[in-house]
Write a protein that binds this ligand. Sequence first.
Ligand code: ATP
Length: 433
Amino acid sequence: VKRFKNISSSVMSVMPDRVVDLLHDIGRMGDEQGFKCYLVGGVVRDILLRKNNEDIDIVVEGSAPAFAKKFAAKHNARVAVHAKFKTAVVIFPDGFRVDFATSRTEYYNFPASAPTVEDASIRNDLFRRDFSINAMAVKLNNSEFGTLLDFFGGQRDISDRKIRVLHSLSFVDDPSRALRAIRFAVRFDFSIGPHTDRLFKHAVSLNLFDRVIGPRMFLELKYILNEKNYTKALDMMKKYDMIRFFSKKVQMDDRKTALFEGLELILDWYSFQFEDEFELYVSRFIVLFWELDREDIGDLLDRFQLDDGKTKELLNNYIETKDVVNAVSRRNVNRPSYFTQFMDRLSTPCAVAASAVLGEQFEPYVKDYFTDYRFVKADIDGNDLKEAGVKPLMIYSKILSSLKNEKIDGKCLGRDAQMKRALVLAKELVKNG
Ligand code: ATP
């Protein structure tokens, strides 16, 4: 039977040796303790797609926490147990992680009429998952290492390039799966299977998404916005009339398309120039919800029910970006230092979003800002001012930032010129109180 194909050669060719060794070791430990162990979920899908994925999820038909503790001790790794969910994560000294979960149902709870009683427990665990492509497992116990368990047509759907739920109530059980369906469809360039598509539309028409808890809505949106082809995902969300579950005021129109195009150009340019990494979703989130006002964005963030710190951070990102865009576009920016002073108020993802909204007209400023202006410092520092006897200390930061601005505007370059200018500025500042 196709379902029992052995894919150990794919496992070995796709995964790094170190991970393959760990998987063998998990299988051996399973044998010793009399537990069956499986590699499950997204990583199995990715092995079949020949993509490396280092999110290792293991299911143990026994106690995952007990198993994980032994595994961690053997490898000098840390373990964090989530007793309530019978899960555990093992974290190696270099940060590499392996997640362990206890098979959701023991086989004796499963009706004896199951196709193969022996695999009933893992089958039942897999049946609770979202899509056929994510509901496969690989046996790790040594005698059967590499045996692929595919009860729901995952291999077929990978070759047909289809996202398919496992049963008709899947979106009712968990409507957030609809967002996941879009995410995987876009990531792999798969389509949504016809039956799944009907169930999806039905879920939308029943407004089931209003029932999804806030943090889950946020997380799934964040994952979507972190995907490379997220604009395709947004198009699908629009097609399924799902954007309204986030906000009824979002306009997915030509202007928004153009904004996203501009944003991606800047993001590409930025990542080509600089090494620093930041979460792409933040820039994309701001642009997606650009037309919302303060109250609307407040409502949206309330809906997400994130912790206060995260809510504040997102709200500030959003509001500051808007303020900067308003300020810059209202004023006639004819000096780079003006532009710099405003942009300096923003974190990188926000500055990038602001640049996208400001548009082509500001492109030269934007590029100079990122490559140059944001790093500019005055040629003299506080010690120089002190040595020159400038008083009081209170005015130092004002002097230095004026010098920085003049330097950005190409005036007053070099230490000597700046020192002279500093003394003039100091006099003026003191005179004006
Ligand atoms: P990624 O490659 O983005 O990490 P993944 O497939 O590993 O994707 P996760 O969100 O890490 O996705 O979930 C791991 C596995 O857990 C999935 O492959 C799927 O089998 C299962 N899963 C996750 N979320 C759900 C859900 N809402 N309903 C059912 N099963 C889920």
